[in-house]
Design a binder for this molecule. Structure first.
Ligand SMILES: N[C@@H](CCO)C(=O)O
Length: 348
């Protein structure tokens, strides 16, 4: 995962919406291709909850010749969000005031903070234009906020999310956070980095994995089959495996910070009505739903596309559910690629 990742400091202080100040925080990012002279051939990929800057690892099918992200044509960039455990400033970064990790004192981060953090790096790199910003789930929320907050954005592809985080999605996040808090090793956030609430984090991931998939996907994969010679259902073994896998690579503080950031998502907050806010976006947008998504059902993307002035709704046909944005690459390319061409025809 660390291969090709750059970690540098933001040269200006990063101040969150709530007023917390980070002086020169670390920012981790990865790039592919070359920046043109005008510094405007940029495709910006925004990552989801447990993602990281190495987008070629979790979005592999959209990279390459003839695909959305062709490094021979574009300068492609993915920036790790603050609060994540993957290189940008996060709960385990050193608090310069105490010389110790922030842990529970790491501040609230909103989706808008994630955008402003990335804007500071884009400014530092001298980026003048962003041909396309795209992302799924939390990545889509950032891409939508980018379309509102950054006039460098020329087009956007928003996958599997909506205009705000629904009570359904907030409820699911809340239940997951409770699983972490209930693990005695959470200890009010005072745990050692290598001895955290792994069981709580794994349980949170298991709940999440159910919302990322569908009954028919599980039926097809596992049926009521038992795991080997054991009396455990295959689906139980699968969820145990997925839970442990996340607990081994992620962190409970980050999980809480980033799920709360997702809950903050509401483009109308302190701005006016959804109609007013979304009606102001001039750039063309593809809003992409997944027909089997139970977490962010397609009515959310259809509604978003209607509220935007210059948007088209497209649907990924898949039985995988929400995680189809990490699986159905051919359809994602088919939907977004012609859009890039249309846009290029318009701009050049
Ligand atoms: N599966 C994705 C979250 C889906 O929104 C992740 O682990 O980041």
């Amino acid at each position: 995962m660390n291969e090709g990742i750059t970690i540098e400091k933001l040269k200006k202080p990063f101040i969150t919406e709530a007023g917390f100040r980070f002086n020169e925080p670390d920012v981790a990012y990865k790039t592919w291709g070359s920046l043109n002279k005008e510094k405007n051939n940029v495709i910006l990929i925004c990552h989801a909850l447990t993602g990281h800057a190495a987008a070629d690892e979790w979005f592999p099918g959209i990279f390459g010749s003839g695909r959305v992200c062709d490094p021979a044509k574009n300068f492609i960039l993915c920036i790790n969000v603050p609060g994540s455990p993957y290189g940008s400033v996060g709960p385990w970064s050193e608090n310069p005031d105490s010389g110790r990790p922030y842990k529970s004192s790491f501040p609230e981060i909103t989706v808008r903070d994630m955008v402003r953090f990335q804007q500071q790096l884009l400014d530092q790199l001298g980026i003048t234009g962003i041909e396309l910003v795209l992302g799924g789930s939390l990545g889509g929320m950032q891409a939508l906020e980018f379309s509102i907050m950054d006039d460098r954005i020329e087009s956007a592809a928003l996958i599997a999310m909506g205009k705000s985080h629904s009570p359904w999605a907030i409820g699911i996040s809340h239940a997951q956070r409770q699983a972490i808090f209930t693990d005695p090793k959470w200890n009010n956030g005072n745990y050692d980095k290598n001895d955290g609430p792994a069981k709580g984090l794994a349980a949170a991931r298991m709940m999440a994995m159910i919302t990322y998939r569908t009954p028919s996907d599980y039926e097809k994969k596992f049926s009521r089959g038992l795991q080997g010679d054991s009396d455990q259902f295959q689906v139980e073994s699968y969820l145990n495996y997925q839970g442990k896998k996340l607990a081994d690579r992620f962190d409970a503080h980050s999980y809480i910070t980033l799920t709360e950031a997702m809950d903050s998502h509401d483009v109308s907050r302190d701005r006016g009505s959804f109609q007013e806010v979304l009606g102001q976006i001039q750039s063309p947008v593809k809003v992409i739903g997944i027909e089997s998504d139970h977490l962010y059902p397609t009515h959310e993307q259809k509604e978003l596309a209607k509220l935007l002035k210059n948007a088209e709704y497209k649907e990924i046909k898949s039985s995988y559910g929400h995680d189809a944005f990490l699986i159905e690459f051919e359809q994602i390319n088919d939907i977004i690629k012609p859009f890039i061409k249309e846009k290029q025809t318009l701009s050049y």
